[in-house]
Design a protein around this ligand. Structure first.
Ligand SMILES: Cc1ncc(COP(=O)(O)O)c(C=O)c1O
Length: 407
């Protein structure tokens, strides 16, 4: 896996177990975990209600290829939170995005999709692309790109309303697939008015707006969508939705439902390109239900949010104290510092400030102080299990890292 290759040392840590906000490696070292499985365990490792639900579900049968009642509860709860009436499950966020794109193409009869430069939406072929001097090219490192990506995809810079308008004008784009705030090239926040423009332009051109909330559900129990009152046509979710158990979900509007579900003929539905044998298995539904009911709750966010603010302030203080040209950004309980003085407004700016060697150094110095950051960029997550003392421990370690660089 790529995160093992990109590891700061010669080999990745091998983990014996993870509990709450910590992991223990096979040599017995205990780490304060700020990586949290790159969001899969955003609510801490193995929360008790989810362990209990999985234990009970596994004894009742793992997969029957028939729905259990948990799926009704999960669908109703997601509809309530995200204000989209129809929900479907998938195994991973990648799957959810792939299936959402299929629905968008079916609904619009259009071939192309549009993404933001610097995006990541999982191993979705159409989205493994970059913008280079105005041209759409396959993402560097993408293995065996299937076709010329400019045939399937348009790429624009995030926050660029004129580019968005120009790209949607020919009305050949089925869907815009975006994170509401970018998190995979560092954090890039939407500028004031960007979401209004995105919604207006997609509506005006009959383009479906898919917001990928896989990471931005760090913003609250209904994601960035709920926290900022956005109205996408489709929302995709994954990673922590079942506390890290493989499960994902996507919700669609009534309009998209009419344009897609209504066309499905039972005789032809077997090989639709959506779902798979294990999709919607009983364990996944049980884990999603327990997570939504007991773990991914408003109370949990109420506890996490002040700690995330404290984390951000601790890093900002360290940056200020040493005068390094870095900045720190936050989307709810997701915090990230980057090697440029001001926040980037798009993927190109964010990617230009990447410094792989420096990044490995910051990861290694954290690791040597018993702190685990995500293997990609300088990202940290705060779970309900973290404490103010944990946060302060990171702030201190961060200062020591910067101190070792500048003195
Ligand atoms: C925004 C976003 N969407 C989708 C995915 C894909 O998730 P998964 O690898 O669990 O399929 C990721 C993974 O990092 C992501 O960051």
């Amino acid at each position: 896996m790529n995160w093992m290759i990109r590891w700061a040392g010669p080999f990745p840590l091998f983990i014996r177990e993870g509990h709450g906000a910590s992991v223990t490696d096979v040599d017995g070292h205990v780490y304060l975990d700020l990586c949290l499985g790159d969001t899969g365990s955003m609510f801490g490792h193995s929360p008790a209600p989810v362990v209990q639900a999985l234990r009970e579900a596994v004894a009742r049968g793992i997969t029957m290829m028939l729905p259990t009642e948990d799926s009704i509860w999960v669908g109703e709860e997601l509809a309530r939170r995200f204000r989209l009436p129809h929900w479907q499950v998938a195994m991973t966020a990648t799957d959810a995005n792939r299936f959402a794109l299929r629905l968008a193409r079916e609904a619009t009869g259009r071939p192309k999709i549009l993404v933001a430069n610097g995006c990541y939406h999982g191993t979705v072929d159409e989205a493994l692309v970059s913008l280079r001097e105005g041209r759409v090219i396959a993402r560097k490192g993408s293995i065996g790109p299937p076709v010329d990506p400019s045939l399937t995809t348009k790429v624009i810079e995030f926050n660029d309303v004129s580019a968005l308008e120009a790209a949607l004008a020919p009305k050949d784009v089925a869907a815009v697939l975006m994170e509401p705030a970018m998190t995979n090239c560092g954090i890039v926040l939407p500028e004031p008015g960007y979401h209004e423009a995105l919604r207006n332009l997609t509506r005006r051109t009959g383009t479906i707006l898919i917001l990928d909330e896989t990471h931005t559900c760090s913003a609250g129990p209904a994601g960035y969508t709920g926290a900022h009152d956005l109205t996408p046509d489709i929302v995709t979710l994954g990673k922590p939705i079942a506390s890290g158990f493989p499960a994902a979900a996507y919700g669609i509007s009534q309009d998209v439902a009419v344009q897609t579900i209504g066309k499905i003929r039972a005789e032809e539905s077997d090989e639709s390109g959506i779902g798979g044998t294990l999709t919607g298995n009983a364990l996944a539904a049980a884990a999603m239900r327990a997570t939504l009911q007991h773990v991914m709750t408003q109370e949990a966010y109420d506890r996490m949010m002040p700690l995330a603010e404290r984390f951000e302030a601790g890093v900002a203080d360290g940056i200020r104290a040493y005068g390094v040209p870095w900045h720190v950004a936050r989307v709810g309980v997701r915090i990230e510092y980057a090697f440029r003085a001001t926040p980037p407004s798009n993927g190109a700016e964010a990617l230009a400030s990447k410094d792989s060697l420096l990044e490995r150094y910051t990861h290694l110095t954290a690791l040597n102080r018993g702190i685990l950051l995500t293997p990609f960029h300088n990202m940290a997550l705060v779970s309900p299990y973290h404490t103010a003392a944990d946060v302060d421990r990171h702030s201190q370690a961060f200062r020591e890292t910067v101190d070792s660089l500048v003195s």
